[in-house]
Design a protein around this ligand. Structure first.
Ligand code: SAM
Length: 331
């Protein structure tokens, strides 16, 4: 089961590569052409690194990229920009902290996510901790260490027995999030309790059982004095006529031996956000369809429309209504 869960990272990465290849990502923002070029370069460098480190993983990514449908590219684009925006908002709120009182990001189940590379160079008062299973961080660290672009951006890793990659501001370490004692030890070793903390879980809680994800949320909320949790996940749907979650569970079980244990428990945006126990206004949640309708400008919608032919807008609405971005803050 852990192997099947780890391999979901190849899906996440291939979705990103596909969205880049079809020009959904990066989002086009006037004056940010340099950052956009870097974003593409970083992901292509990572894909090349994956090819030399694990042919098997690379061919899975390559196959998935070739079969990506327009609705998936829309989904990846929206997921990516909505999370980037939420992170930017947190960093803006804590912009006054300065070098003597930094902010930190803990990326749970980081997989191949490369957000930290650009953000670390843009935000000097930030530290970043990437966590995933042992095998996943070993793969990621080999790719980062073997490539001069990542070495230049992140700085060389110091020799350490506790992290796979370690600099004064970036750390990539193995941690099984289902093992709360290991989580506690890892967070104590690599992060600071009284530093404003952004916790990111992008398609991660959905693979954990209810008891373990509850323990993880409770521990992290009690450990950091001030925090914001940004979580992106699918939801099963709470309408009895809604078959989305049930079909997704059956497909994953049959094709991948993969479970999403809480898909039908936290099956609506309201139920999902309740798992953080932070009452409004400290909590917000939006489906990706709501985000698309409300937060994507009409120019950007036109740009997306011109990229690939998408005949099924109803299908897009159904799919995007089953993915949410939740945000929960505590003091
Ligand atoms: N967050 C990354 C992204 O969105 O690009 C990767 C998402 S991938 C779908 C899920 C990731 O969560 C995988 O890398 C997997 O290994 C990790 N993961 C899931 N359960 C985990 C656990 N119990 N402990 C550590 N990592 C876990």
């Amino acid at each position: 089961m852990n192997r099947a869960v780890q391999e979901t990272d190849y899906d996440a990465f291939s979705c990103k590569v596909s969205a880049i290849a079809k020009h959904y990502l990066p989002r086009q923002v006037a004056g940010e052409e340099k950052e956009e070029g870097e974003f593409v370069q970083l992901h292509m460098a990572y894909a090349q690194g994956l090819k030399s480190v694990s042919r098997r993983a690379y061919s899975k990514v390559d196959r998935a990229v070739k079969s990506a449908q327009p609705v998936m590219n829309y989904g990846t684009y929206l997921r990516s920009i909505a999370i980037d925006e939420a992170i930017a908002c947190f960093l803006k709120e804590h912009a006054n902290f300065g070098a003597d009182a930094p902010v930190q990001v803990v990326n749970l189940g980081c997989g191949s996510d490369l957000r930290m590379v650009q953000l670390l160079s843009q935000v000097p008062h930030m530290k970043w901790l990437d966590l995933d299973f042992k095998e996943s961080v070993a793969l990621k660290s080999r790719i980062l260490k073997d490539n001069s672009l990542f070495q230049r951006e992140l700085g060389p890793s110091e020799a350490t027995e506790t992290a796979e990659y370690s600099t004064s501001r970036y750390c990539l370490a193995s941690c099984n999030l289902n093992d709360i004692a290991q989580v506690a030890e890892t967070l104590k070793r690599f992060t600071t309790q009284d530093c404003p903390t952004l916790v990111l879980s992008e398609c991660v809680l959905c693979y954990m059982k209810s008891i373990e994800s509850r323990a993880l949320i409770d521990y992290i909320k009690s450990f950091y004095k001030t925090g914001t949790w940004i979580s992106y996940d699918p939801i099963g749907g709470d309408d009895s006529a809604d078959k989305f979650g049930k079909i997704m569970q059956t497909n994953l079980r049959e094709s991948r031996h993969l479970e999403m244990p809480t898909l039908m428990i936290f099956n609506s945006p309201e139920k999902y956000v309740q798992r953080f126990d932070t009452p409004p206004p400290s909590t917000s949640v939006v489906t990706m369809w709501q985000y698309y309708v409300q937060s994507v400008s009409s120019e950007e919608k036109m740009r997306l429309k011109a990229l690939q032919f998408l005949d099924e807008i109803e299908e897009l609405e159904i799919i995007l209504s089953h993915y949410i971005l939740a945000e929960a803050s505590w003091l």
